[in-house]
Design a protein around this ligand. Structure first.
Ligand SMILES: NC(=O)c1ccc[n+]([C@@H]2O[C@H](COP(=O)([O-])OP(=O)(O)OC[C@H]3O[C@@H](n4cnc5c(N)ncnc54)[C@H](OP(=O)(O)O)[C@@H]3O)[C@@H](O)[C@H]2O)c1
Length: 314
């Protein structure tokens, strides 16, 4: 039984070590050093070259090493073998902590205090208690729902929006296009957890983001392509959006000349809010392969454009 490994060429030693620990007895072949394509049963991939997965005649299943699968949407063709995306609660928890950190930053005016420290200025301001501070989350999928629960557990007033109805303890869930308009004006902080698809591409533009409450903050941990960055800058410059914590961008690495780097109300992080951990990821995939071989489907099948449910068979 042989595993094809390609984490976009990165950290292969860490992935190989995790596979050797948690999948003993399985051989690992690192892409592109493949001598026998017919020997490959499973592929663990991230940003693999389009068209390659179709070249393994005995491929049983593909496991994407991350939750965002927009790179697969860009593949012109897909293999016959089913593809599963990785949902690791450790990663979701990391992302929840990232959003909690920035939510508290905006709630408690820590940006103002950082600026005041540079001026040796001692002044304090009243701030709302967590239950009076409204957080709206766009996207209540595997990650968005985890973030919503974590913020609610920490006492914030949390609303969430998805395409379909959801029931999450402590979270006011709304769905559908019209409902988006109802949660934007309330948000002290708006958190984007939407996937990047044709439907969401640049969907957070001037028309949508200007419906946010004046002075509200924006956190993006999903994909830069979901946001119209020029419109976001316009709203930041005018003060309509009071601050932003941005982990993801249209162009990554963020170009040196991007105005986001020096904007006084923007905090940039280098796409680090939810990194895949090889050790926990391989433990999850190992169990999913065992289940798959016993006819039990892994829980998160990749669906092209997140809309088309391909039928998946073991
Ligand atoms: N920054 C990082 O380090 C990092 C790490 C991991 C993931 N991510 C990003 O986070 C994103 C969200 O992850 P996830 O696992 O929570 O995604 P998911 O499980 O696919 O959930 C997507 C959510 O968005 C909603 N949605 C609204 N409009 C949609 C549309 N037009 N198309 C598809 N979904 C729509 C869905 O509604 P329904 O539930 O009603 O379908 C669902 O609630 C990923 O796609 C990835 O880009 C970033």
């Amino acid at each position: 039984m042989t595993i094809l490994l390609n984490n976009d060429g990165h950290w292969h030693a860490r992935w190989r070590a995790a596979i050797e620990t948690h999948m003993p007895g399985r051989a690992v072949v690192e892409f592109p050093d493949i001598t026998n394509r017919a020997s490959i049963d499973y592929a663990l991939i991230w940003k693999h070259p389009p068209g390659d997965l179709e070249k393994y005649p005995n491929l049983k299943a593909v496991f994407s090493l991350g939750s965002g699968v927009d790179y697969l949407d860009a593949f012109p063709t897909l293999p016959e073998a089913p593809i599963f995306r990785l949902i690791d609660t450790n990663m979701a928890e990391d992302m929840a902590l990232y959003t909690l950190y920035w939510t508290i930053h905006f709630q408690r005016l820590f940006g103002t205090y950082q600026t005041q420290q540079k001026q040796a200025k001692w002044a304090r301001y009243p701030t709302p208690l967590a239950p009076d501070f409204k957080v709206s989350i766009l996207g209540l999928g595997a990650i968005g729902s985890h973030i919503a629960k974590a913020l609610a557990r920490n006492g914030f007033d949390v609303s969430g929006w998805a395409r379909s109805p959801k029931d999450i303890t402590g979270v006011k869930c709304v769905y559908g296009k019209d409902a988006l308009e109802t949660i934007l004006p309330k948000a002290d902080v708006l958190i984007c957890c939407l996937p990047f698809t044709k439907a969401t591409y640049m969907s957070l533009d001037l028309a949508v983001l200007s419906k946010m409450k004046k002075g509200g903050a924006f956190i993006n941990i999903s994909r830069g392509a979901v946001v119209n960055e020029a419109d976001l800058l316009t709203l930041l410059d005018s003060g309509h959006i009071g601050g932003a914590a941005l982990d993801v961008f249209h162009a990554e690495p963020l170009p040196e000349n991007s105005p986001f780097w020096s904007h006084p109300d923007v905090h940039v992080t280098p796409h680090m809010s939810g990194a895949t951990n090889p050790d926990t990821a391989v433990q999850i995939i190992s169990k999913e392969i065992t289940d798959f071989e016993n006819g039990i489907m892994p829980p998160y099948p990749y669906m092209r454009e997140a809309t088309c449910s391909r039928e998946v068979k073991a």
